[in-house]
Structure formats: structure tokens, C-alpha cells
Design a protein around this ligand. Structure first.
Ligand SMILES: [Zn+2]
Length: 225
């Protein structure tokens, strides 16, 4: 099997034909709805700015592997840097606290965006994408989005990582164009993901493969909405 074929696009592999929106790549079908959402928030004084969109398998794998070897800081559930556990299973769950499994990140789809209100950003402020920002400088933006997502005029967008759903921490800044992502996720197969891992140099490989069914129940399928 050729992992760069179009069959593996929804796992972040291959070369997707996405549209450039600023410096980010976004799925072509999402763009007209994103323009509508941007116009709506702009009419209420906000400026929707993308902080992250499409991310490839390679990029997610690099984050994963660098966290596993301590080249990127590994953070505890409280957001405090922690030592790299020597036990592989402990290490895997520690990475999963803040990072998606490569191949199973919704950012592979090109339908999901991390967004902020550029109008609320102080000059030269480097966005971190944290709950504290959402409750602080971006709070008015997010409460406006709450209203939009609770209405019929959300153009297909909604949040994915919300309290009470799966084991991934809530991420208010992460929105998805659900009608487009559903089409892509329809074709998702855990067997294909297993095949990808078997052919990839990924940290904690043995324990990921051994626990893949339960990982999917906790970290993947709850977000197929
Ligand atoms: Zn995100």
C-alpha cells in the first residue's frame, strides 16, 4: 500500500488540494462558509483570524516524537512542564493530554480551524491558544460564537472539543465545518490507521498499537460529530 495515495488524505498523508487562506491551507469546500462566518463576526466588531488550519501527518508526527524525547516541553494536565516518563504507556498518555495522535488529528482534514479575534489581540502579542485567553481577551468573541453556534446561522461550523465529550481537553478556539468533515470522516478506518503506524517511526509505537481500540473510543470517535 502506498501511504502517499489519495486514500490516506484524511490521515494527513499525501498532497491535499487545499486553498491558501493567508499562510494556512483550508479545504476548498469550507472556504465559502468561512467567508460568511468571517463577515458575520466582522459585522459585530470582531476580526476572525486563523491561527492554525491544515496540519500534515508529518508535522503532527514531529510534534509527537519531539515531545516523547523531551525536545519539546511535555506539559502536565495543569500545563506545567513535566519530566518525560520512562514508562511508554505513561508517556503516551502524557503526550495525549495536549497533542493528538498523528493520523487522527482533526487538523489533517483541512476543515478545522483554530481561531482568535485579531481585534482583541494586543500589539505584538503572541497567541498561545489557551483557556485563559478564551476567558480573558477573547471572551466577548467566544460568547458571540456561542450564540452563533447555538443558532441556525452558523454556516455549518461548530466547536468540537467541548466539556463532557471524549478525553481531549476542551478547546474553545477550535472550530470545524461539520458537513465537510463528516464526508471525510465517513471513510476513516482504524485498520488503515493501524497500518500507518506499523509503517511509521512513531514514539510509543508498541503501546499505541496495543491500545488502539481504546484510544479510538476515548480520543478519536467521540469527535466524529
Ligand atoms: Zn485545533
Amino acid at each position: 500500500m502506498n501511504l502517499s495515495s489519495a486514500d490516506y488524505l484524511s490521515y494527513g498523508l499525501g498532497t491535499p488540494d487545499f486553498v491558501d487562506v493567508g499562510e494556512y491551507k483550508v479545504h476548498r469546500d469550507v472556504v465559502p462558509y468561512l467567508e460568511k462566518l468571517s463577515a458575520l463576526v466582522a459585522s459585530h466588531g470582531f476580526s476572525l483570524r486563523i491561527e492554525s488550519a491544515y496540519r500534515s501527518f508529518e508535522r503532527q508526527l514531529s510534534i509527537w516524537n519531539r515531545k516523547a524525547c523531551g525536545k519539546l516541553p511535555l506539559l502536565s494536565a495543569e500545563g506545567v512542564p513535566m519530566p518525560v516518563p520512562s514508562d511508554e504507556e505513561e508517556l503516551m498518555y502524557a503526550i495525549l493530554t495536549w497533542s493528538a495522535l498523528p493520523g487522527a488529528s482533526r487538523h489533517h482534514l483541512g476543515t478545522d480551524l483554530d481561531i482568535v479575534d485579531a481585534n482583541a489581540c494586543p500589539e505584538n502579542y503572541e497567541v498561545q491558544l489557551t483557556p485563559a485567553e478564551c476567558d480573558g481577551m477573547f471572551a466577548p468573541f467566544h460568547s458571540f460564537l456561542d450564540q452563533v453556534f447555538g443558532s441556525d446561522s452558523s454556516f455549518g461550523f461548530n466547536r468540537v472539543f467541548v466539556p463532557g465529550r471524549g478525553k481531549i481537553r476542551p478547546e474553545r478556539w477550535h472550530i470545524a465545518h461539520l458537513p465537510t468533515s463528516r464526508q471525510l470522516l465517513d471513510k476513516f478506518s482504524l485498520d488503515a490507521l493501524r497500518h500507518i503506524y506499523e509503517n511509521t517511526e512513531i514514539a510509543c509505537k508498541q503501546v499505541i498499537l496495543a491500545r488502539l481500540d481504546s484510544l479510538a473510543e476515548e480520543y478519536i470517535y467521540p469527535y466524529f460529530i
